[in-house]
Design a binder for this molecule. Structure first.
Ligand code: F6R
Length: 248
């Protein structure tokens, strides 16, 4: 595990974007695993700006997102499909046929989970998986207690995650109660993982994940078992980490 300290959110975002652009330029058909939420917004902005100024090409890139709410149509402003189009896909010239998210409107969600898992395999697996970190240690929508062996599955969202995401909705009651998420074993199959963490409110959970033995109570602690993880975290997020020797 490599930990890179960034000065602040903007610096973290720039460093993350550079990391992603290297993958995009370095592989003939890279598969990027993408995340939503507040953390990667700055990174996506940097990718948009870079595409404008340096013409980085995305025609050869494939993307698979971590998760999608159940019951929100792709045109719903709160769906992750809408988020990805708005913040990234519509601006970088990636063919829409190369961008995949779980279908939260599927009539048969179990079949949808199997389809998504098979799709990732058909693409040859994820080359670089971008992750944010939930306040309770969730990754994707894998809440504490999710088996490390889990594949793409339907999850019942916890109250704390629904409350954290309510800022994007009119009210807490309009936040969906379920989502489809890549499972922990799906995420762990990625060849490389890039975890982004920003802000003092994430300092406690980041310190825990770095100091704990992997256990299912803190889903992100599983990353200690992956051999190719890079964490880019800003100074505030790293403020509770005692073991400074591992930080670059
Ligand atoms: C998003 C996702 C979530 C978020 C996490 C952190 O696709 O899977 O695990 O990464 O909830 O969210 P933010 O970045 O809003 O703090």
């Amino acid at each position: 595990m490599k930990i890179i300290e960034a000065e602040h959110y903007q610096d973290m975002s720039e460093k993350a974007a550079r990391f992603i652009i290297e993958k995009v330029n370095g592989l003939s058909a890279p598969v990027l695993g993408l995340a939503t939420g507040g953390t990667p917004l700055g990174t996506y902005k940097c990718l948009r700006e870079d595409h404008l100024s340096h013409k980085t090409a995305y025609q050869h890139v494939y993307t698979v997102n971590l998760d999608e709410y159940v019951g929100l149509a792709p045109y719903d402003e709160n769906s992750y499909t809408f988020y990805m189009k708005k913040h990234l896909f519509h601006h970088i010239g990636i063919p829409s046929s190369h961008t995949y998210l779980p279908n939260g409107m599927a009539a048969d969600l179990t079949a949808e989970c199997e389809r998504y898992e098979a799709l990732i395999e058909r693409l040859g697996g994820v080359d670089l998986q971008l992750l944010g970190l939930g306040l309770n240690g969730h990754i994707g929508f894998n809440e504490p207690g999710t088996p490390f062996s889990s594949k793409t599955h339907v999850v019942e969202l916890t109250e704390s995650t629904r409350k954290a995401n309510a800022r994007y909705f009119d009210s807490l009651s309009s936040v969906p109660t379920k989502a489809v998420t890549m499972g922990i074993s799906t995420i762990m199959k990625s060849k490389q993982i890039l975890l982004l963490v920003s802000g003092a409110n994430k300092a406690g959970i980041l310190a825990r994940l770095l100091s704990e033995e992997p256990h299912e109570g803190t889903p992100a602690s599983v990353l200690n078992m992956h051999e190719n993880v890079v964490i880019i975290a800003d100074r505030d997020a790293l403020s509770a980490v005692k073991e400074r020797s591992m930080i670059f």
